[in-house]
Write a protein that binds this ligand. Structure first.
Ligand SMILES: Nc1nc2c(ncn2[C@@H]2O[C@H](COP(=O)(O)OP(=O)(O)O)[C@@H](O)[C@H]2O)c(=O)[nH]1
Ligand SMILES: [Mg+2]
Ligand SMILES: [Zn+2]
Length: 302
C-alpha cells in the first residue's frame, strides 16, 4: 500500500492513501534511513509504503525524495529539521504593506528554493492596498523580480478572478506555501480549499511576534488534484550544507555572469576583475539583492 504523508506530529502520521482516504499511521521498527541527518525521519510530502497489521497502519519505507526543504533545528545544532518533501512548486506569499515583507526575507527564500532546486514564484497579495508606501514598494517588486526571471503575480486573495487564476497555477501539483504571518496564507488556503476552515487573523500590528507556536507543516488536498503544504509558524528556512562560493549560484542574475569573474572561486567581495561587482556598479545587479547576497554569505561563513 502506498500513500503521501499529510501531517507529521512525531509519533503519529497522517497519510493520504491512493484512494484519497486519510488514515493514521505510525512508524514501526527501524525504517531505511535516508541520506540526511535530520531530527525527523518522515515528513509531509513523503511518499511512503505501508503495512496494515492488526488493524493498524505502519510506515514500512520512505520512497526516495525528489527534493526537500530543510532548516536548522536551532542555531547551534548541526542537525536538520526537514520541513517538507517532494515539492513541485513553491509560492512565496508577500505583501507590499500590512505587513510589508522585507526584501531580505524574499531574497533568502528565493535563494533557498534555488539551492533545493524547487521552482518558485511570488504571489504579491493585497493589490487593493493603495497607500503611497504600498504602491511604491509594489512597483519596485514588480520591476525587479521579473527582470531577474522570477514570476511575480500582483493579486488579491479576496478577488475571485485572481483566486481562480491561482487555482489553475496549482492544479495537480504539490505546492508549498510560505510567507510571514499576516500576508494572507490562511485566506488563500480557504479560498482554494473551502473545507479546510483555516483561521484568518484580524489585522493587527503585532505580526511576527511569535503568536504562532506550531511548526508542523500540513498538507491539504484540493479538488483539482492540488496538494497544498502550509507551513505555519516557520519563518526561517535556512540553507544548510552550503559552501560560500556556492551562494552566488542561487542568485540567477549572478549565476549568469559568474564565469566572467577572473577567479573561479570569486566570492564577489574584494577580488579584482569581478564581473558581479562590475554589474553592480553599472546598475545591472540591484544593490539590495547584492546586500542580501552578502548577508547569506556571512551566515554561511559563520
Ligand atoms: N486588504 C487585503 N487584506 C487581505 C487580503 N488577503 C488577506 N487579507 C487580510 O490579511 C489578514 C491576514 O490574513 P491571514 O490569511 O490570516 O494571513 P496569514 O497569517 O498569512 O495566514 C486578514 O485580515 C485578511 O483578511 C487582500 O488581498 N487584501
Ligand atoms: Mg494563517
Ligand atoms: Zn566575482
Amino acid at each position: 500500500m502506498q500513500g503521501i504523508v499529510s501531517k507529521s506530529t512525531g509519533s503519529w502520521y497522517k497519510v493520504i492513501l491512493d484512494s484519497g482516504v486519510e488514515i493514521d499511521a505510525r512508524l514501526r521498527g527501524k525504517i531505511r534511513t535516508l541520506d540526511i541527518k535530520s531530527t525527523n525521519p518522515v515528513v509531509v510530502g513523503d511518499e511512503v509504503l505501508l503495512d496494515f497489521v492488526e488493524e493498524e497502519y505502519s510506515i514500512r519505507e520512505i520512497c526516495d525524495r525528489k527534493n526537500c526543504i530543510v532548516r536548522k533545528s536551532n542555531k547551534l545544532s548541526k542537525q536538520f529539521q526537514i520541513i517538507a518533501a517532494n515539492i513541485d512548486h513553491a509560492f512565496l506569499i508577500i505583501a507590499p504593506a500590512n505587513p510589508h515583507t522585507p526584501q531580505g526575507f524574499i531574497d533568502r527564500f528565493l535563494a533557498t528554493a534555488e539551492a533545493y532546486q524547487i521552482p518558485i514564484s511570488i504571489l504579491l497579495n493585497k493589490k487593493d492596498l493603495d497607500s503611497k508606501k504600498a504602491n511604491s514598494h509594489r512597483k519596485m517588486l514588480m520591476n525587479l523580480y521579473p527582470h531577474i526571471g522570477y514570476n511575480i503575480y500582483n493579486v488579491s486573495f479576496l478577488d475571485t478572478e485572481d483566486v481562480s487564476m491561482i487555482k489553475n497555477l496549482v492544479a495537480d501539483k504539490c505546492v508549498l506555501l510560505a510567507g510571514n504571518s499576516g500576508v494572507g496564507k490562511s485566506t488563500l488556503i480557504n479560498a482554494l480549499l473551502p473545507d479546510s476552515n483555516q483561521k484568518v487573523s484580524a489585522i493587527s500590528k503585532s505580526y511576527n511576534k511569535g503568536r504562532h507556536t506550531t511548526t508542523f507543516a500540513q498538507m491539504f488536498v484540493g479538488e483539482n488534484g492540488c496538494r497544498i503544504i502550509d507551513t505555519p509558524g516557520i519563518k526561517d528556512f535556512g540553507m544548510v550544507n552550503i559552501e560560500p562560493n556556492q551562494v552566488s549560484h542561487y542568485f540567477p542574475e549572478m549565476q549568469a555572469l559568474l564565469s566572467q569573474c577572473k577567479f573561479s572561486n570569486c566570492l564577489h567581495t574584494e577580488e579584482p576583475q569581478c564581473r558581479i561587482r562590475e554589474a553592480l556598479e553599472s546598475g545591472d545587479i540591484s544593490v539590495t539583492r547584492y546586500v542580501n547576497y552578502l548577508g547569506i554569505l556571512e551566515e554561511v561563513n559563520g
